[in-house]
Ligand binder design. Sequence first.
Ligand SMILES: [Zn+2]
Length: 317
Amino acid sequence: MRILSTLNKIIVLTSPLYTGSLLTKGLTSLLSSSSSSSLSSLSSSLYSTTLRMSYENKQTESDIADVYIVPMFTDNYGYIIVDRDTGSAAAVDPGEPQAIMNAAQTLGINIQQLWITHKHGDHSGGNEFIKSKVPGMKIYGTKHEAIPAITHELGEGDSLQLGSLKVKVLYTPCHTSGHISFFVESPSSSIAPILFPGDTLFVGGCGRFFEGTADQMCDNMRRFSELPSITKVYPAHEYTLSNYKFLASISNEICQRKYEEIQKVRDAGESTVPSTIGDEIKTNLFMKVFESQVQKLVGQDTPSKAMAELRQRKNNF
Ligand SMILES: [Zn+2]
């Protein structure tokens, strides 16, 4: 009873932060332990379950996989995605390799793949180091630009497998000319798929056009908006507050309420990821440039011109 009450306390304390299946699995194994289990093995299970709370997993049972958020540098996010059926795991854009490796160790996760969205060092700069530590590591990245230590080159329409998960590659050039996004498909309309758009789509924003055009970014936004609205979106940076400050300056009517919501989340020290495609379509003006009402807000009459104008204003904001 003492053990169970300790366990209940941990559940109560940690459940708001942790809704993923690993906790369920950990608890199941604890509860199924026979009453003669040694206290030391129980303590060790509790210890590891508690440690898992250090990295947020906001996924629910109705999402396709677990995703752990790993803050890196000042405002980057790396992620660890875990297939619930097989335990197979990949790290997404692990630009700060030690941060990802520490997270994997803490979580007791064995990363077998790296998914790299583009060449910038804060996304691909950890590849060599991780490969040197884990020689068999598979490194998936774009075939359109130089990705360090790459083992699997990908382009539009390619797919890869992580355990039982099928992952589709979307070629999304503009931020860099070779940028790709990873879309983890779902077999059912009631189970949320997952999008890792790198530096192409942010919560309330889009990436800078370093090597591309407004037309290309429009194509990217259109493609993302065609994904299921329940798709969970995990961008590579926490830019949300400044994005919505800007968007609210363009349209108070569409964006002010969201800006206030985001302010509360950030004031509480929480991350604003994941978003969903449905939420981005509602208030991210970069996703809404196809609407004439939004084009008019920035004095333009086509999606492409509105995209260029919005991006320019954001650059100078
Ligand atoms: Zn970048």
